[in-house]
Design a protein around this ligand. Structure first.
Ligand SMILES: O=C(CO)[C@H](O)[C@H](O)COP(=O)(O)O
Length: 329
């Protein structure tokens, strides 16, 4: 398990959710696996996610890659059969990965293991919870199973991560029980522009909300289709009430540092590492870049001689595989 990086700071949680407490990550994982029933509150789930702050979460498709990620300093891995660039290139229906393959990755590392389910596919989520993954990503990278409903994430003990393009989308996911938000970006492109767009959108809407009075907040909640109580809490905190990572298209140490300087709490890197010339070196460099995101000298050092970066794609409406970020709303 990862060494805790921060102490959970969220004191107020979504209506109907449990009480925030300071969690210990290891008992939470073992209790989840043993089917314990006392760890499912929103406070615990969002508190566990706080421990990943300042870290890099890397997509891995086998135990060997998971070990490389852990040695490079990843704070967690995302276990999946195909990284987004391959899902995009190969097409077809992308589903939850084989539980056996996920279990091999869980057994290979000591850091938390995440795995993806299709949007709305609550049975895939039941399966991942049963095999003891640490976090579930209800992800637009997989083919949606339900084009109207997301999973009721309050019904699960395991914390969920969800993607968002703006503040309204982020708060709708939190109201469904997401304990961790990430930008959608445009996964599998190696192009950071959409992650920048989505993270800037969330942050500028939070800045606007933070100076509104209550009447204005009611109107803004209607405009962005966000639950009022969550918008009010976000305005008070001047940040999302859960951790907010960047994801989708991050391929270089400079991309990762850019997202951190824009105010993200950490980054996901999928295709960018294991589709590059020297995955171990790039993985270490991206971890260093996130840690030292404000130090241009260190950023220059870690950016040297990394070998080939993944080939990037221009994002246009005819992009192969379509725009993944448009899935789910
Ligand atoms: O869905 C994800 C985060 O949960 C992916 O891990 C992430 O978006 C990867 O994208 P990319 O391959 O562009 O880095």
């Amino acid at each position: 398990m990862a060494t805790p990086v921060t102490t959970p700071s969220i004191q107020e949680v979504p209506q109907g959710a449990g009480t925030a407490i300071t969690p210990s990550i290891a008992p939470a994982r073992s209790a989840q696996r043993e089917g314990g029933n006392s760890l499912g509150t929103f406070g615990v789930k969002s508190g566990l996610a706080q421990m990943l702050k300042g870290g890099v979460i890397m997509d891995v498709v086998n135990a060997e890659q998971a070990r490389i990620a852990e040695e490079a300093g990843a704070c967690a891995v995302m276990a999946l059969e195909r990284v987004p660039a391959d899902i995009r290139a190969e097409g077809g229906v992308a589903r939850m990965s084989d539980p056996q393959m996920i279990k091999e990755i869980v057994d290979a590392v000591t850091i938390p293991v995440m795995a993806k389910v299709r949007i709305g596919h609550f049975v895939e989520a039941q399966i991942l919870q049963a095999i003891g993954v640490d976090y579930i990503d209800e992800s637009e990278v997989l083919t949606p199973a339900d084009d109207e409903h997301h999973i009721n994430k309050h019904a699960f003990k395991v914390p969920f991560v969800c993607g968002a393009r703006d503040l309204g989308e982020a708060l709708r996911r939190i109201s469904e029980g997401a304990a961790f938000i990430r930008s959608k970006g445009e996964a599998g492109t190696g192009n950071v522009v959409e992650a920048v767009r989505h993270s800037r959108a969330v942050m500028s809407q939070i800045r606007r909300a933070s100076v509104m009075n209550e009447e204005e907040l009611y109107l803004f909640a209607k405009e962005i289709q966000a639950p009022f109580h969550l918008l009010k809490e976000t305005a008070r905190l001047k940040r999302l009430p859960v951790v907010n990572f960047a994801a989708g298209g991050i391929a270089t140490p400079a991309d990762a540092a850019l997202m951190m300087q824009l105010g993200c709490d950490g980054v996901f890197v999928g295709s960018g590492i294991f589709h590059s010339g020297d995955p171990a070196k790039r993985a270490r460099a991206i971890v260093q870049a996130v840690t030292h995101h404000n130090n241009a000298k260190i950023l220059a050092e870690v950016s040297e001689n990394l070998g080939a970066a993944m080939v990037g794609l221009t994002i246009d409406p005819n992009i192969k595989g379509g725009l993944l970020a448009k899935r789910g709303n």
